[in-house]
Design a protein around this ligand. Structure first.
Ligand code: GLU
Length: 300
């Protein structure tokens, strides 16, 4: 009988350098790391530095230092999206030539109150407006996108409910949805483990991947960590506390607990590498809470 060859696994963590890593991003990094390593896969790091207005000087270095301090060593070289602009531009041109994009100069004011769902005001435009900034939007069909999330289960969304989305912004920056698809394909990513806040981006990315004839990765969305008071998602924008670099073990153990693992207190006495090895051995994606968010545990 032929031995079934296991499909290679390539996972990734893709932080935006808008601030240092916090407990929520530690949980996200750890989930993608453990899932990759438990599958004997590669774990890549990609710095999503394509939005300079939102970036914080020095954040990239701090993020990479934190990953190192928490024992999560990436495979290969870090990929920087700021160096990938030519690739994004080529894909935009391909989509434009295929008649799949249109220029949109709608103002924020015009779109207020539409809950982020673009109603197609500029859909018929075929040429660029003169002397006016414009975004490029992807024409979406009214199809249904269904997929099975490895944590959150079956998902099904009508693209029309999300609206035509932007691939190049008015300020000429490439949009996240474009860059993420181009780079996941370029890096051969097969599995994406990330926060629940990106679950509604997944149908958009699946659609774009189909248009570009890219392969579809497997998706798993972990709960986001929220502030205890207020229930707001921990984020770099709301100045969630940066991870301490000199005392990683307690937070690493708490992050494992947030992902459904049950370390006992002895593990705290182990080294960072031993804690991670324990996590890889114990990892079971079915144990990750199947909820959108969980409150921040008491730290230290
Ligand atoms: N750069 C995104 C973020 O920091 C994550 C992108 C992704 O995992 O697809 O929220």
């Amino acid at each position: 009988m032929p031995i079934a060859k296991e499909k290679p696994y390539i996972g990734r963590f893709a932080p935006s350098p808008s601030g240092p890593l916090h407990f929520g991003s530690l949980v996200a990094a750890l989930a993608s790391y453990l899932d990759a390593k438990a599958s004997h896969g590669l774990w890549l790091v990609r710095v999503e530095d394509i939005d300079p207005p939102r970036e914080q000087p020095g954040a990239t270095e701090t993020i990479l230092m934190a990953l190192d301090a928490y024992g999560m060593h990436w495979d290969g070289e870090v990929l920087y999206q700021s160096k990938r602009e030519e690739a994004y531009q080529r894909v935009l041109e391909q989509l434009w030539e295929g008649g799949l994009l249109y220029p949109c100069n709608c103002t924020r004011k015009k779109l207020a109150g539409l809950n982020g769902v673009y109603p197609g005001f500029c859909r018929q435009k075929t040429s660029y407006p003169d002397n006016e900034p414009f975004a490029l939007r992807l024409k979406c069909t009214d199809s249904k996108i269904s997929f099975r999330d490895k944590i959150q289960g079956d998902q099904s969304v009508r693209l029309a409910d999300l609206g035509d989305f932007i691939l190049r912004r008015k300020d000429l920056l490439y949009a996240y949805q474009l860059a993420v698809c181009v780079d996941d394909q370029y890096q051969g990513v097969t599995h994406i483990v990330r926060g629940y806040d990106l679950l509604d981006s997944t149908p958009r990315q699946l659609y774009l991947q189909s248009l570009l004839e890219y392969r579809h990765p497997v998706y798993a969305h972990i709960p986001v960590i929220t502030q205890v008071a207020g229930g707001e998602k921990l984020s770099k924008q709301n100045r969630a506390k940066a991870l301490p670099l000199d005392y990683p073990r307690p937070l690493l153990v708490k992050a494992m607990k947030a992902l459904g693992l049950q370390p006992d207190n002895d593990l705290l006495a182990s080294s960072v590498d031993e804690i991670l090895l324990w996590g890889v051995e114990q990892w079971d994606i079915n144990k990750v809470p199947k909820v959108p968010e969980i409150p921040m545990p008491m730290l230290l």
